[in-house]
Design a protein around this ligand. Structure first.
Ligand code: HEC
Length: 210
């Protein structure tokens, strides 16, 4: 009788312990690794990054319809930073676009943290994750203070090849403009599905972050 009771107690204890361990590991699991739990800061950044990509995509399509790809280049040069600035909303957010290979070194060059995250995105893509579902965020300490940092990958679509594809895919008029405006252009030779870069968001979290 006594051993039966002990066994039952032991069973209950083990079951409780298992539940605790399981819920702890769910809680502790990295939200990037497939779980749908997203931190509110990451969620907010993801909305802004999504808006940025949607607006850029729509503007690109509209410009290419209206004036052809050479007009779209002018749009790309002026509009992307304009949209980025508007989304930065003057509240300390910095919204930018960075590239795995860069066309405009002044605006598109990833810093060390961004380079690491781009590498991580490539690895995750090789492991079968889709760019559209990937994000990464982290609170980083820098000499200037603590920052919330977020990135969302940008993949190459067919419509990008006109300006980021192989020399055979880039029309001469576009190549001429690229040579003129971007003498150090490295952002060509991409294929559909390649990682082109990422939207990158950064803001200080001491007091004014959202
Ligand atoms: C009509 C030409 C054109 C097309 C089409 C185009 N781009 Fe670009 N892209 C540019 C130019 C020009 C720049 C440099 C903009 C600047 O000066 O900041 C650029 C810059 C970028 C950058 C910033 C990093 C860097 O290299 O400076 C990313 C990321 C990017 N493009 C992604 C894309 C994606 C993704 C597509 C397709 C959805 C696309 N582009 C389609 C012309 C184009």
């Amino acid at each position: 009788m006594k051993t039966k009771k002990m066994n039952r107690l032991l069973f209950i204890f083990l079951a409780l312990a298992m539940t605790t361990v399981l819920s702890f590991s769910v809680w502790a699991s990295d939200p990037q690794q497939g779980s749908s739990i997203m931190d509110p800061k990451e969620k907010a950044a993801n909305v802004v990054a999504g808006e940025f990509l949607k607006e850029l995509g729509a503007a690109l399509t509209a410009e290419m319809k209206k004036g052809g790809p050479t007009e779209a280049i002018t749009m790309c040069t002026g509009l992307a930073p304009k949209i980025a600035n508007r989304l930065s909303r003057g509240n300390g957010w910095r919204v930018t676009r960075v590239g795995t290979r860069v066309r405009n070194p002044l605006l598109g060059m990833p810093d060390a943290w961004e380079q690491e995250v781009l590498k991580q995105f490539s690895t995750r893509a090789k492991d079968g994750e889709r760019f559209t579902e990937m994000t990464y965020s982290e609170v980083v300490s820098e000499p200037g203070g603590q920052y919330f940092r977020f990135m969302k990958p940008i993949g190459i679509q067919p419509k990008c090849l006109l300006c980021h594809g192989t020399p055979q895919q880039i029309p001469e008029a576009i190549q001429d403009m690229l040579n003129k405006h971007y003498p150090h252009d490295a952002a060509t030779g991409y294929k559909v599905g390649d990682l082109r870069g990422a939207v990158s968001i950064k803001y200080p979290i001491d007091g004014q972050g959202q």
